[in-house]
Design a protein around this ligand. Sequence first.
Ligand code: C5P
Length: 269
Amino acid sequence: MALDALSDSGFQNWEGEVVRQSFSHLSEQDAKSKLVVALDAPTVPDARKLCAKLRDSAGVFKVGLELVMSKGGLAFARDLIEEEHQVFLDMKLLDIGNTVERAVANVASSGFQFLTVHATNRKTLRAAVAGRNSQREQNLKLLAVTVLTSFDENDLREEGVFGQTPLELAVHRAKMAEEEGFDGVIASGHEAKSIRQVTNSNFIIKVPGIRPAGSEIGDQTRTMTPAEAMEAGASYIVVGRPIYKANDPAAVARQIVREMCAARISDRH
Ligand code: C5P
């Protein structure tokens, strides 16, 4: 993945030991493969147009609730698989175990690459893993939603979560998801570093809430630039509005890939 080693340096861990780390840059191809574009379009024809503009500039297309609930949305997502795109179905599932297990089994057998499930409890996580593992086709990567990046401490209190910051809760949920056999998480860039420290290096961290320097934040509260997210340990970044609201979405995607390439990636990630 990483190409030219830039420099070696060390940092002291909490036990006072010096840990060596080196840094490298992503190639353009690698950066592209790690860019997930959220196709948050209102209709399938709109999503098709967006896809056509971006087919050479992004590695993964994310199909979320808005598009799936629109006419022909799920069929469109399946068409993208037929067209050999990597498709991330962002359904943020949460239901009783039996329902989650069977829904995930159907998603796994359809050839999707990624699916999100809320990581609020072990029963849901376990059911999702059982659903995926029940299928011969095992390519589906299960990603746990830790804490929505639009949530802050007030939102958590309203949910009935007291005495835990979004960061603490996200780290707790990430560990739980990994223990239950999940492949990765969706988490804010601000949580990526802490999650990396407590999970295996191949655990996927997909970071939404990305805003290239100078763009609007919208309803996200814990945003990062593409380079900051990659340096914090993101395996992929998820970008929606900055790309699909742009006059030239492909140009913005290319700019984001350039920003990803400029990031200094630590081999400790
Ligand atoms: O438009 P924006 O770049 O904020 O889009 C972020 C995308 O990532 C949206 O499709 C949103 O649903 C999704 N997402 C998120 N926070 C999560 C999980 C997914 O923003 N925790």
